[in-house]
Design a protein around this ligand. Structure first.
Ligand SMILES: Cc1cc2nc3c(=O)[nH]c(=O)nc-3n(C[C@H](O)[C@H](O)[C@H](O)COP(=O)(O)O)c2cc1C
Length: 198
C-alpha cells in the first residue's frame, strides 16, 4: 500500500472509532494548582496517553489530561502541553484534526510539546517535535521526545501488514518493544513547571 493510502486507512479507522463511541473513559482528577494547566494528546495505541498521565503526575497532578478525540474545550486553561505518537512521520490524526481547527485559539498558551515514537531520544525525533510545534503555531523551548511502545496485537490487519513490510525493508526484526519510562515522564513534568516558573 502506498504511504498516502496507508495514512488514509489510519485516518478513516480513527474516524470510525470516533463515530462508534463518543465516550473516552479517561478522566484524570487533578489537584488544584497555580495557573490552569491541560495536557492534550493524540494516541492510537496508548503509550502517548500513558506519557501524558505520567507528565501530569510529575507536575503534582495539577494538569487535566485530554484525548484529542474528545475535542475538548481548552478555553478555560491558561497553559497547555501538547503531545503525540508518531505514525509514518505524522502526528496522530485526531490531534492533527484538532490542531487544524483550534491551532489559532491555543497557540499563545502552548508551553511545552512532546512526542512518543520509535525514534524517541534521537535527532530524527526533533523533526517530529518541529512538526507538532508548527501545527500548534507555537515554538516552545520546553520539548522532549520519548521512546515509545509497539504492541502488535493492537494493530489491525492493515497496520500489521504495513509494519511487517516496513521492518522487512529496513531488515530489522518486527517485534514488540516497550521503551517508555514513567520516570522520564515524571521528570519532564517537573521540568515543565520549573522552566515555566522562571
Ligand atoms: C503505523 C505506525 C507507523 C509508525 N511510524 C513511526 C515513524 O515514522 N517514526 C517513529 O519514530 N516511530 C513510528 N512508529 C512508532 C510509534 O510512534 C510508537 O509505537 C508510539 O509509541 C506510538 O504511540 P501511541 O502508543 O501513543 O499510539 C510507528 C508506529 C506505527 C504503528
Amino acid at each position: 500500500m502506498k504511504r498516502r493510502d496507508f495514512m488514509k486507512a489510519v485516518f478513516l479507522g480513527s474516524g470510525i472509532v470516533f463515530l462508534a463511541s463518543k465516550a473516552y473513559p479517561l478522566k484524570f482528577y487533578p489537584n488544584a494548582g497555580p495557573g490552569k494547566w491541560a495536557i492534550l494528546f493524540g494516541s492510537l495505541y496508548g503509550s502517548t496517553r500513558d506519557a501524558a498521565l505520567w507528565i501530569s503526575e510529575g507536575m503534582g497532578g495539577i494538569s487535566e489530561v485530554f484525548d484529542a478525540r474528545e475535542n475538548p474545550d481548552l478555553s478555560v486553561f491558561d497553559n497547555l502541553i501538547v503531545g503525540s505518537g508518531i505514525y509514518d512521520g505524522k502526528v496522530a490524526p485526531p490531534l492533527e484534526t484538532f490542531l487544524a481547527q483550534n491551532g489559532a485559539k491555543i497557540s499563545g498558551k502552548v508551553r511545552a510539546i512532546f512526542v512518543v515514537c520509535g525514534a524517541g531520544g534521537t535527532e530524527i525525533a526533533n523533526e517530529y517535535l518541529d512538526t507538532i510545534a508548527k501545527l500548534c503555531g507555537s515554538n516552545p523551548v520546553v520539548r522532549k521526545s520519548f521512546p515509545g511502545r509497539m504492541t502488535k496485537k493492537l494493530f489491525d490487519t492493515e497496520v500489521l501488514k504495513h509494519m511487517e513490510e516496513y521492518y522487512k525493508r529496513v531488515s530489522s526484526p518486527f517485534k514488540d518493544y516497550d521503551r517508555l519510562k514513567r520516570k522520564d515522564c515524571l521528570q519532564f513534568g517537573e521540568a515543565i513547571l520549573k522552566q515555566c516558573s522562571k
